[in-house]
Design a protein around this ligand. Structure first.
Ligand SMILES: Nc1nc2c(c(=O)[nH]1)N[C@H]1C(S)=C(S)[C@@H](COP(=O)(O)OP(=O)(O)OC[C@H]3O[C@@H](n4cnc5c(=O)[nH]c(N)nc54)[C@H](O)[C@@H]3O)O[C@H]1N2
Ligand SMILES: Nc1nc2c(c(=O)[nH]1)N[C@H]1C(S)=C(S)[C@@H](COP(=O)(O)OP(=O)(O)OC[C@H]3O[C@@H](n4cnc5c(=O)[nH]c(N)nc54)[C@H](O)[C@@H]3O)O[C@H]1N2
Ligand SMILES: [Mo]
Length: 929
């Protein structure tokens, strides 16, 4: 069994695990051995190149680099011998000779100078060697500065870029003492393929790579020049990276990744460099009430000058006004005349309070949020067939997989930190299967299979794969017998979907389909990840049903390295859904139609009767608003005037409302239509909990104050609730969390206190010591008899087909630097600088045919409307397709998209509309009737 080794370290017998290094063992015992090229953070391979960590080993002639040397049984190691200390000091002195003086250092508090101090080195006896060779400042990137005069060739930036984030941008040019890091083929950083994750900046020990925001004109700065450090969660995507926010003068100075369970220190460009949206001049700092003499409601408010339409109000006045408008509608037209959109950008406690306000205050369930436009269909299929809507395994489980499918998701742009784990998986030999009509720049070169099939044909492709698995009997009979139901009907159903027949429909040849089927079925452990390319279709639920069946067929659920993982989008969409911000279920997906559930909440909510009819969804609510049946709305942290599938309709609807209360951090397109605007807090300004895609409940801590008179969202919701007559008396998010625990089994063993100390606990959690279960359903499913179900799916075509007037296919989605409707990221300096202009992507051959240069302007027209926009040439997009992000108000994608809904998930078909593309300087062609 001997995985432990005993050896002598500085005179004491110590124990080490096999694979530990001397440095690790020493460090674990509090001994300080200097280190420069070694970074103890997870993911960094020791390299042993700088010799700063030398120790003496009895019986060995030369000193050993402790960061790479593993102890052996009986070895005698001395870390503090004179010989070792002298050697380390010498290494340091040689390096100091080539550094800029400490007083003018790029980073006065660099790890390098800490190590110099540790060695007692203040100056060097040696002459500087490299004044000549240094390619000096590279300030071509908006977010980062390169000052190679401080580079010590430690190679950490290369490992950061290649091995941790797997971006392969940085390499070393030249050799030995003359080596220096280069970007791509020695391009300026700003012109290289760098995606600005900033991992290299975080890893650099000397300040040669630094965040631009903390350097002055002289290229001098100090990483320790901050007033406080607060550990919290990134406000952008569902990965839920843990961040350390360094605050100076109540502003975010800079951000670093810390060792959270989902990110292990890594961040992406948004999480590291995208925080200053919270300090933007457009922040709402005072409550606003629409002026009596305001122009007609429309998209006509300038967020830097709202006074044309709004006037300042005190909180008292604004809250009274907000409440009165809603209460008046309730008394006059009944509670159903008011509906609410809550937010997946806010905390769990805020989501809980919001749905409670609508359910308790207006006696119905017409409360929903952006999950409807997102994974609603995936959740519908998961609930139906697995019995639970959350992921069955964390994405980090890919570490234990040997095959993984990524379908309809673009993680290098939308879940970039998750993508780093996917890329590392392929580096270890894992086989990645990508299924996406669009080629993926970031991931495809790592993939074993890259299936660029026809858009909307997921069921055809997946059924064909399952046909092979069934026909070739590659399925896991034992698993199917033990844990599933419906297999025999499914087997009959799937027989018709032969690869040959499906190849014609989906565009992937039968042999490739067979080969993918065998790869997946033969895997020891395989995972399936999916995104909006699967869910946002009129057949989104069918798409997910296929993915579930595929995993069940092969028994790839419930074990390490297996599982179903719909990559959740917003930072707290999992948590907001768990907290009941959904029209047909209460917290923890307990059905409003279930009497026992309603009884439970009557008890917890002190006598409130819960309406038993499931409520209306986002798009249905917007429809009723349009028809005048809903006259008042409370919109918290959502921007439907941009994100609704038919914004023309949504904007008209919003304009009709008698009373619209918007609570946001900016004057969004939606706030344009508000009667009253309540200035709220951004995530770094509040405390509470959020739940990420991995089911990890994590602590959000307040880092900076809200600007002006803006207040934390939960406080505003509580004050409004009191004014509409509810007897709420919460004084702290913690009290809300405690109330949530009364109805939510998912929070068992997860306490506020634990989250304060541990920062993150995964649900389900089996005990006060258990960090939570990363993989679930190994012993059965939360369904009848513990069995998951096969639900057959047929091929349904998209809701509209291209024809001669609209011959191409429009698909919409996201880009790395921008967040949804752009309200946050277009106000973040770095992100806006990198991606400043509304753009779409079109195949170069298609552009050529239209006579449009790359970067020229095109007009996109669908049956619903038209926008003009700059077109990029992109070979990843099929010649008959256009890819359009929806972040740009000046060319809003959702003027064009089709609002047709999936019947189960009620999700719109954002991923497929028929479109006509023309050069913008050509006269618009009028569609023939
Ligand atoms: N940078 C950034 N990151 C984000 C967000 C953001 O706005 N910006 N939003 C967050 C949110 S809320 C979400 S939900 C996630 C979404 O993350 P993703 O699901 O990755 O998002 P999308 O870019 O909408 O679409 C993913 C892919 O679906 C493909 N696709 C299109 N049609 C089809 C099809 O018919 N079949 C298949 N299989 N694929 C198709 C597209 O080519 C695209 O590559 O991202 C989250 N992360
Ligand atoms: N064409 C097209 N449309 C789509 C999609 C698509 O793929 N294509 N995807 C859909 C999907 S998956 C999603 S999730 C939706 C997203 O749709 P939305 O949720 O409407 O989009 P966001 O821009 O994220 O809106 C969040 C709002 O919250 C505000 N905010 C941020 N932080 C806070 C906070 O802490 N407190 C408060 N009060 N406000 C805050 C922001 O300023 C912003 O106005 O879009 C959907 N629409
Ligand atoms: Mo989403």
């Amino acid at each position: 069994m001997s995985d432990t080794i005993r050896f002598i370290l500085d005179g004491e017998e110590v124990e080490a695990q096999k694979g530990d290094t001397i440095w690790e063992v020493a460090n674990g015992r509090g001994l300080k051995i200097p280190h420069l090229c070694h970074r103890p953070e997870p993911g960094y391979r020791p390299d042993g190149n700088c010799r700063a960590c030398m120790v003496e080993i009895e019986g060995e002639r030369t000193l050993a680099a402790s960061c790479i040397r593993e102890p052996q049984e009986g070895m005698v190691v001395t870390t503090q011998s004179n010989r070792a200390k002298t050697a380390r000091k010498m290494v340091m002195e040689l390096l100091v000779a080539d550094q800029p003086e400490r007083e003018v250092a790029h980073d006065k508090s660099s790890h390098f100078w800490d190590m110099a101090d540790l060695n007692g080195v203040t100056e060097s006896r040696f002459p500087s060697m490299d004044a000549e060779r240094i390619p000096l400042l590279d300030d071509s990137h908006v977010a980062m500065r390169v000052n190679l005069d401080a580079c010590i060739q430690c190679n950490l930036c290369v490992r950061a870029c290649r091995e941790v984030q797997v971006n392969d941008v940085i390499g070393m040019a030249d050799r030995g003492h003359d080596a220096f890091p280069v970007f791509d083929l020695d391009d300026p950083m700003g012109a290289s393929s760098c995606v600005a994750c900033g991992e290299c900046v975080q890893a650099c020990p000397t300040g040669a790579l630094m965040p631009a925001s903390i350097l002055d004109d002289q290229q001098q700065g100090d990483r320790n020049d901050f007033d406080s450090e607060v550990k919290s969660i990134c406000p952008f995507c569902g990965v839920g990276c843990q961040v350390s926010i360094k605050v100076k003068d109540d502003k975010v100075a800079y951000v670093e990744g810390i060792n959270g369970p989902s990110n292990e220190g890594r961040l992406c460009v948004k999480g590291r460099f995208g925080f200053d949206y919270i300090h933007h001049g457009h922040r709402l700092t005072k409550p606003l009430i629409r002026r009596d003499d305001a122009p007609e409601k429309g998209l006509n408010v300038d967020p830097s000058n709202p006074w044309t339409h709004f006037r300042e109000a005190t909180w008292e006045e604004a809250l009274d006004f907000a409440a009165k408008g809603l209460v008046d509608l309730r008394s006059y037209y009944g509670g159903k005349s008011v509906a609410g959109f809550g937010s997946a950008k806010c905390t769990n406690e805020e989501a809980y309070l919001f749905q409670k306000l609508i359910r308790q205050g207006f006696k119905h369930n017409n409360v929903d949020h952006c999950t409807r436009l997102c994974h609603a269909s995936s959740v519908a299929a998961l609930m139906e067939n697995v019995g639970s809507g959350a992921v069955t395994a964390s994405f980090n489980e890919i570490e234990n997989a040997d095959v993984a499918i990524v379908i309809g998701a673009n993680p290098t742009e939308n879940h970039p930190v998750a993508a780093t784990y996917f890329k590392q998986f392929t580096k270890r030999g894992g086989e990645l299967i990508i299924m996406d009509p669009r080629g993926q720049n970031g991931l495809k070169r790592h993939a074993a299979y890259n299936l660029q099939f026809r858009p909307g044909m997921d069921v055809a492709l997946l059924n064909a794969i399952m046909n092979v698995i069934v026909e070739e009997k590659l399925y896991d009979r034992q698993y199917i017998e033990g844990f599933t139901e419906g297999f025999f009907e499914f087997r009959e159903h799937i027989r018709a979907f032969t690869p040959e027949r499906m190849a014609e429909i989906c565009g992937i040849d039968a042999e490739t389909i067979r080969s993918v089927a065998r790869t997946f079925a033969d895997a020891r452990a395989a995972m399936i990840f999916w995104g909006m390319g699967v869910s946002q279709h009129v057949h989104g639920t069918d798409n997910s049903r296929c993915l579930i069946s595929l995993a069940l067929l092969c028994g790839h659920v419930g074990r390490p390295g297996t599982g179903l993982h719909p990559l959740r989008g917003q930072n707290n969409v999992q948590g907001a859904s768990d907290a009941g911000l959904i029209p047909h279920v209460m917290p923890d997906y307990q059905s409003v139609a279930d009497r026992e559930v309603r009884d439970l909440f009557r008890h917890i909510w002190r006598g409130t009767e819960i309406e038993e009819t499931p409520g209306l969804t986002v798009v249905e609510i917007m429809d009723r608003v349009y028809r005048g049946e809903i006259r008042g709305m409370y919109v918290l942290g959502e921007n439907p005037a941009m994100s609704d599938p038919d914004v023309d309709h949504a904007r008209k609807a919003l304009a009709k409302l008698d009373h619209l209360v918007v609570q946001d951090i900016f004057l969004t397109e939606t706030a344009n239509y508000a009667d009253v605007i309540l200035p709220a807090s951004a995530l770094p300004e509040k405390s509470g909990t959020v739940t990420n895609t991995n089911r990890q409940v994590q602590m959000v801590r307040r880092a900076v104050p809200t600007p002006g008179e803006a207040r934390e969202d939960w406080e505003i919701v509580v004050d409004l609730a009191r004014r509409i007559g509810l007897d709420w008396d919460y004084d702290d998010p913690r009290e809300v969390f405690d109330e949530m625990k009364m109805s939510m089994r998912s929070l068992h063993h997860i306490t506020w206190k634990r989250l304060e100390t541990e920062s993150s606990v995964t649900y389900p959690c089996n005990g006060p010591e258990d960090p939570g279960q990363a993989v679930v359903f190994g012993d059965g499913f939360p369904r009848r008899a513990g069995r998951a179900k096969f639900t057959p799916a047929r091929v349904t075509p998209p809701a509209e087909a291209p024809d001669k007037d609209f011959p191409m296919v429009l698909t919409t989605g996201r880009q790395l630097e921008h967040w949804h409707t752009g309200s946050m990221t277009r106000r973040a300096t770095v992100l806006d600088a990198v991606e400043p202009e509304a753009n779409c992507s079109i195949h170069p051959a298609t552009l050529r045919q239209m006579g449009v240069e790359a970067g020229g302007r095109v007009r996109l027209t669908t049956r619903r409307g038209s926008v003009e926009i700059m077109a990029r040439a992109d070979r990843n997009v099929a010649p008959d397709m256009v890819f359009l992000p929806f972040a740009y108000v000046e060319a809003a994608a959702n003027i064009l998209t089709n609002a047709a809904l999936d019947p189960f998930g009620k999700i719109p078909e954002f991923k497929y509309s028929a479109v006509r593309v023309e050069a913008a300087d050509q006269p618009a062609r009028v569609a023939a009737e």
